[in-house]
Design a protein around this ligand. Structure first.
Ligand code: MTE
Ligand code: MO
Length: 225
């Protein structure tokens, strides 16, 4: 068994437990709070989650080492004008900082990370998405893929982030650049991102092919399908 096989097996076991109703939580309609907007109005972690102190590293075990000068991001697919951004073009886009939470489907949440970078919306706009585009596939340098609806992707807090809490994003967490999707479970944020593929219609990415949710909404305990 490779490391990747072990990781996938462990995650499928977690899914099976969840589907049997044993973990991590069953949806209910308790009031879930009143925090900042990117917490969906909730003060605490979503149902079935617990907050951790340290930010864990979770991926398929391949950590590609990409220098800033080699990194590029292609935005293509259902667009009028495919573009490829190099580091300089990326850093020339408007830069923002968004404090957000980070919810991993394996039940940990890292609260209050200050993500700095470019709104995915601003990068995607450069390629002029077709009106018919509905979803995207995010691709990483490690071959990882994950699908996100265009609506969710264009949210204010969805960033191509290069700096977290004032420090450059580490390789383990997806540096030089990853996507973060604070209102969705964290697997929707591709680390070492190198392509945003606009799609007409939806298609499952890596974990979604393995029974994970197409939509991944933490506040709805929407983990698997
Ligand atoms: N390129 C890539 N991105 C990825 C993954 C991966 O294996 N490869 N794993 C995903 C999963 S399952 C999670 S929970 C988060 C974890 O991010 P972290 O390691 O920074 O905590 O990254 C997501 N993005
Ligand atoms: Mo994950």
């Amino acid at each position: 068994m490779t490391d990747e096989d072990r990781i996938v097996a462990a995650r499928l076991k977690l899914r099976a437990r969840f589907l049997e109703g044993r973990a991590p939580a069953t949806p209910d309609d308790r009031a879930r709070g009143d925090g900042p907007p990117n917490r969906h109005g909730m003060p605490k972690v979503p149902v079935g989650q617990h907050a951790v102190d340290k930010w864990p590293v979770l991926d398929l075990g391949h950590h590609p080492v990409i220098e800033q000068k080699e990194w590029s991001l292609k935005i293509d697919g259902a667009v009028e004008a495919p573009v490829t951004l190099d580091w300089a073009a990326f850093m020339a886009l408007p830069q923002v900082v968004e404090p957000s939470d980070f919810h991993c489907v394996t039940t940990w949440s890292k609260m209050d990370l200050a993500f700095a970078g470019v709104r995915v919306r601003d990068a995607v706009a450069l390629a002029h998405p077709l009106d018919a585009a509905t979803h995207v596939m995010l691709h990483g340098y490690d071959g990882y893929t994950t699908n996100v609806s265009l609506d969710a992707l264009l949210d204010d807090d969805v960033l191509l982030t290069h700096t977290v809490d004032g420090e450059p994003l580490s390789i383990e967490h997806g540096g030089p650049v990853r996507v973060v999707t604070p209102k969705l479970y964290a697997w929707k944020g591709a680390k070492w991102v190198n392509r945003i593929e606009l799609m007409i219609g939806d298609r499952p990415g890596f974990w979604e092919e393995n029974g994970y949710s197409m939509t991944a909404l933490p506040w709805e305990d929407d983990r698997y399908r």
